[in-house]
Design a binder for this molecule. Sequence first.
Ligand SMILES: Cc1cc2nc3c(=O)[nH]c(=O)nc-3n(C[C@H](O)[C@H](O)[C@H](O)COP(=O)(O)OP(=O)(O)OC[C@H]3O[C@@H](n4cnc5c(N)ncnc54)[C@H](O)[C@@H]3O)c2cc1C
Length: 472
Amino acid sequence: MSSTQLVVVGGGPGGYAAAFYAADLGLSVALVDTELNPGGVCVYRGCIPSKALLHVAKLIDESRHAKAWGIEFTEPKIDLDKLREFKNNVVKRLTTGTGQLGKARKVNYIQGFAELLDAKSLRIKKTDGSEETLTFEHCILATGSTPAIPPMLKVDDPRVMDSTGALDLPDIPKTMLVVGGGYIGLELGSVYATLGSAVTVVEMTPGLLPGADRDLVDILARRIKTLMKAVLLNTRVTKMVAAKEGIRVTFEGEGVKDGQTEQVFDRVLVSVGRRPNAKMPGLDRTRVKVNERGFIEVDEQLRTAEPTIFAIGDVVGEPMLAHKASHEGRVAVEVIAGENAAFHPQAIPAVVFTDPELAWAGLTESQAEKEGRAIAVAKFPWGASGRAVTLDRTDGLTKLILDPTTERILGVGLVGPGAGELIAEGVLAIEMGANATDLKLSIHPHPTLTETMMESAEVFFGQATHVYRPKR
Ligand SMILES: Cc1cc2nc3c(=O)[nH]c(=O)nc-3n(C[C@H](O)[C@H](O)[C@H](O)COP(=O)(O)OP(=O)(O)OC[C@H]3O[C@@H](n4cnc5c(N)ncnc54)[C@H](O)[C@@H]3O)c2cc1C
């Protein structure tokens, strides 16, 4: 039996960030995960491989649009094996890197599956077949999440995939159904559509990306509609059966036209959400509580009801995002190290890496409406951005949500190419308590899309250089 000051279960962006930080602070740390190296869902089968594929999809898309700029490419030949290899190499490079970073810090990385024995020890069934029992002063559970597949959409057939299966890129199906109009479905659906599949997206709510402001989503939806074969809103899948000719899917709702309730697809991607991995064996031997939504319950310091055990990342709640997990990991470590830290961000950015990208942080307009909160909204359309015009991408919008009295920036929403990078300025502005004047007076480089942030602050004062508003 060996002992450690801290053991982290789960080597995703939450777990490895926590383990590395704890080692930097001088704690003895063990990190347990079933994979060869740290990385978790994010690096092995989430954020990273999906973005590698989206990068390639964007290139294909641009090559098709280049004709309008006077350059004509022939239709790209797609070598799926090479594409898969590129994506796998990206994953390998990053996971090898995290492995090396852990080793350099003397983090004891144990490849295996952990089971809690009590509030002070756990047993690891190692991948090499052996077992190890470890006692700890503190434990951080960072066990993440897995795709949620409702029983009705569970079909035991390889043609029905979750996000992990879709990232494997088994082929480019002629037809594909994406069940769920959230960010994972739209990102992966965009990859397949750009590679040549006729993709249908079905979403049971009235709009794509529930949660994001509609004016932003509308701009993305326009492009998605041209990329996909069909987008069926207010429509649900009621039945899915594997047949010889494909997956036979029955629909109900507004998307059903001319009584055609049934369609057959070569492949189906089910991306209707993720469920937390809160059923870790042995958890019932501790006082850790799981709430009615299936998440491990924690307070602002990421403490569970068991004083020695903390939990972070997807397993403790929404938003299920890598950067939220990492930040929580660092807070938990600081608390364990005796600091009076808490997880209390003003803004957690969310990015949809479609084309155009969509991003927001802090208060949204719809949230403010729901809360009956008085806000001011300043919008800068990218048609007025010199940089957007040079890129031939004026399908963008930058908007600020402000406190009308203090002029403080409470939220930022963006849609357009590169929105995922631009949102970081919004996060900083919100976290620093910046107001519209701060943003207006900060000189932004020209010609860049970042100017849209500055000019939306100018819009707030009715003084934007590139937007003329007649005086009332
Ligand atoms: C297709 C896709 C795209 C995504 N894109 C983005 C994106 O662009 N940006 C973003 O921020 N987020 C994205 N996400 C979400 C992101 O991957 C997660 O929010 C993030 O990985 C959560 O990190 P985590 O540390 O909580 O756990 P995870 O990354 O889920 O890692 C948990 C790890 O714990 C291991 N584990 C679980 N139980 C045990 C046990 N008992 N013993 C040992 N090991 C165990 C698991 O095997 C896993 O490796 C995406 C997800 C998917 C599926």
